[in-house]
Design a protein around this ligand. Structure first.
Ligand code: R1P
Length: 322
């Protein structure tokens, strides 16, 4: 894909209607999306999918930018697993390019543009549900090494403020890191995710709590590296002072929840993360245990998506499947 010419600088698509970064087009992506951070995790979880239609394989497409989309069915419901890689910009690509509406730019100049214009030409039409399955650092109980933590009630965003690192900023007392207010997750989808995880892992392995999403792995997560002036020595303490209920720290959830909140009611989003690192003790989870948990919690995410009722009509039966 993406060999033909791109049109529309506002929202680039090629002549086939394939998006610029994810490379997918209408009909190739299901309304239920599981967003994962790595290709290994996506391929492992694709083992639990059935083909979209009998006698056909899973739909798989990797874009030139490395975004892999796999579409199939889980317990009958169409689901796409998408490799989102890391960080907020990549989460933004995945959400926006799937929700994309090619006609929006043209329609926005028409005085009589109506709500339908937002779905015309979309990669995914109708309501969407997106669940992120990620890994994270555990900040405090109830999250501990190996826990699966559902981001309920949601997530806050930690941003590094470059202005604070200038002489003027220092003089003016600018803070080097800012914390947003909580961004809510979808309550029903979060509950479904928690219930499915408890079913597969047992109640002791699952908890819920406020997530903190940082705009980097190092400085804005309070990691210290000698070559950079990061002024983050008190960052984690400051975070817990501001949000005593924060339990996990990672890099995508707040972006997903923010976009869902701003999606004009078209996207429901939730996230669950496996605590891979304990930020208090500095311990890290063994690779074999991580894989076991990825398999179990991945199935919980797929089950939560599959049981979520959506106003969609996707599938080969109406010609919209891949
Ligand atoms: C950092 O190592 C990455 O791991 C976490 C962070 O959010 C970041 O993306 O999540 P994933 O395992 O989903 O990538």
């Amino acid at each position: 894909p993406q060999k033909s010419n791109i049109s529309d600088a506002n929202f680039p698509v090629d002549a086939e209607g394939r998006t610029y970064h994810l490379g997918t087009k209408r009909g190739e992506v299901a309304n239920r999306i599981l967003s994962v951070g790595s290709e290994k995790r996506a391929l492992m979880l694709a083992e639990y999918l059935e083909p979209v239609a009998p006698g056909r394989g899973l739909f798989m497409l990797e874009s030139s930018r490395g975004f892999l989309t796999i579409t199939g069915r889980y317990t009958g419901a169409p689901v796409s697993i998408i490799v989102t890689h890391m960080g907020m910009a990549n989460a933004d690509f995945v959400v926006r390019e799937n929700r994309h509406a090619a006609a929006l730019h043209a329609a926005s100049s028409c005085a009589d543009a109506d709500a339908d214009d937002y779905s015309r030409g979309a990669v995914v039409e109708g309501e969407m549900a997106i669940v992120r399955l990620g890994t994270c650092g555990a900040l405090q109980p109830p999250a501990h090494l190996g826990s699966f933590v559902v981001a309920d009630p949601g997530a806050i965003l930690i941003r590094r403020n470059p202005d604070a690192f200038t002489p003027e900023g220092e003089e003016g007392g600018l803070v080097p890191y800012t914390f947003s207010r909580p961004i809510p997750s979808d309550p029903a989808l979060s509950l479904a995710l928690e219930q499915e995880a408890v079913r597969l892992l047992g109640p002791e392995g699952v908890c819920r709590g406020l997530n903190a999403t940082a705009d980097s792995f190092y400085s804005s997560q309070g990691r210290r590296t000698g070559w950079f002036e990061d002024r983050n020595e008190t960052l984690l303490a400051d975070l817990l002072c501001c949000y005593p209920e924060a339990v996990t720290l990672e890099m995508e959830t707040a972006m997903l929840l923010d976009l869902a909140r701003c999606s004009r009611g078209s996207i429901r989003a939730a996230a669950g993360v496996i605590a891979l690192a304990d930020r208090a003790s500095n311990h890290f989870l063994a690779a074999e245990r991580t894989e076991q948990l990825e398999r179990a919690t991945g199935q919980a995410c797929l089950a939560a998506l599959a049981r979520t009722p959506l106003d969609d009509d996707w599938g080969p039966h109406n010609g919209s499947g891949p």
